[in-house]
Write a protein that binds this ligand. Structure first.
Ligand code: NDP
Ligand code: MG
Length: 396
């Protein structure tokens, strides 16, 4: 029996994770479920999965949830705050942690799980983007098993040699020539920059193939998501940014590919449903049923590929430059993007201004190698302050 903590249980990934877990009560049990504010949804999940702990954002919410749970006869104990998130991520009873909090808020609890040597199912790409060097060092030091949930990275993981990362043949020494990162192109594929000036948050969140939280949906629309994924792939697979090509593939059936030096290209295909990578990582190296319908290639009929439009989607180029710059550039990129995306969702800036906020913030900050978690957090904080002030100046 694998004991699981789901960080971000009430989100899109959290709900898909619990859907897979519920299909295999003989294999998985839930130790803790966490949310930020959605306590009604968390109460329902607690009733279904009877975790030992439920974690929420603050004391008032914890009291409300505890009362709701008592009324329902649940014995789940409610705790709150970042320390509580770290506690349920590192408890000795836990085998596996699904890291599915959105944004930088996921870093500290995910690192707690890494330090405790847990098996980490990583959905929270922002944690790796903002602190890649420290994160991967912590994984190496603790012997924690890190499995990618992001569909592209999970696909690449499946297409790499089984001993990749555990043998000296890592990165370009393994016969791997290129990683080909799939991108759907998002809801605005084919549009020009001008045509995107007036798009609304709801239009940006209406992804053609995937149903996801609002932050990653906006990132997918701007292609910043692909930029974050490029940086994520550099860290996960120890390859330089130049070895990763982005391939726009509107059907989202091929989730990514690995090109080898002998001319072989391996791809992972499936219906676009996050329960596939979640089930893959939960059971790895075994396979379990995920609830995802079998792929019907006759139904799919055709697969299209195109190059990304770097003019219409400047975020992808900005992220590539940040990957090249290394040091704390990705920390700054991620922080500025989180602030800009929230400002766009709050209708304080236009969609195309997201790229300007990120570029401007990157230009304004000192690029240096963060030697500690505190240095990463300081960089993140400075970038947030700068981008927030810059957005205020745009509003005037
Ligand atoms: P959602 O917005 O749907 O869910 C986010 C979860 O995190 C919720 O449980 C939310 O709680 C919780 N949360 C939000 N802010 C905080 C905070 N400050 N402290 C603690 N918990 C918090 O996001 P997704 O599920 O879509 O995405 C989660 C992560 O997975 C992201 O990093 C995303 O990039 C990544 N990912 C998602 C994919 C998808 O298909 N959705 C695909 C690939 C990667 P509450 O509900 O109470 O607000
Ligand atoms: Mg992805």
């Amino acid at each position: 029996m694998q004991m699981i903590t789901v960080l971000g249980a009430t989100g899109s990934i959290g709900v898909s994770t619990l859907d897979v877990v519920a299909r295999h009560p003989d294999k998985y049990a839930v130790f803790a479920l966490t949310a930020h504010t959605q306590i009604d949804k968390l109460a329902e999940q607690c009733e279904q999965f009877s975790p030992k702990f439920a974690v929420v954002g603050n004391a008032a919410l914890a009291n409300q949830l505890q009362t709701k749970l008592r009324v329902r006869g649940s014995r789940t104990e409610v705790i709150y705050g970042v320390d509580a998130l770290c506690q349920v991520s590192s408890d000795a009873a836990v085998d596996t942690v699904m890291a599915a909090i959105v944004g930088a808020a996921g870093l500290v609890p995910t690192l707690a799980a890494v330090h405790a040597g847990k098996k980490i199912l990583l959905a929270n790409k922002e944690a790796l983007v903002m602190a890649g060097g420290l994160f991967m060092q912590a994984v190496a030091d603790s012997g924690s098993v890190l499995l990618p949930i992001d569909s592209e990275h999970n696909a690449i993981f499946q297409c790499l040699p089984a001993d990749y990362g555990r043998s000296p043949g890592i990165g370009m020494n393994s016969g791997v020539e290129k990683l080909l990162l799939s991108a759907s192109g998002g809801p605005f594929r084919g549009m020009s920059l001008e045509q995107m000036h007036a798009v609304t948050p709801d239009q940006a969140c209406a992804h053609p193939n995937w149903s996801m939280g609002r932050k990653i949906s906006v990132d997918s629309a701007s292609l910043m998501n692909k930029g974050l994924e490029l940086i994520e792939a550099c860290w996960l697979f120890a390859v330089p940014e130049q070895s990763i090509d982005v391939v726009v593939h509107p059907q989202s059936i091929i989730h990514s590919l690995v090109q080898y030096s002998d001319g072989s290209v391996l791809a992972q295909l499936g219906n676009p449903d996050m329960r596939t990578p979640i089930a893959h990582a939960l059971a790895w190296p075994q396979r379990i049923e995920s609830g995802v319908a079998n792929l019907d290639l006759f139904d799919v009929a055709r697969l299209d590929f195109e190059k990304p439009d770097m003019q219409a989607f400047p975020c992808l180029g900005i992220a590539r430059e940040a990957a090249q710059a290394g040091a704390n550039a990705a920390t700054i990129l991620n922080a500025a993007n989180e602030i800009a995306v929230q400002a766009f969702l709050d209708q304080r800036i236009g969609f195309t201004q997201i790229a300007s906020v990120v570029a401007q913030t990157l230009n304004s900050q000192v690029i240096n190698e963060p030697e500690s978690l505190e240095a990463v957090q300081e960089s993140d904080n400075q970038a947030r302050l700068y981008s927030s002030a810059y957005i205020k100046s745009l509003e005037k």
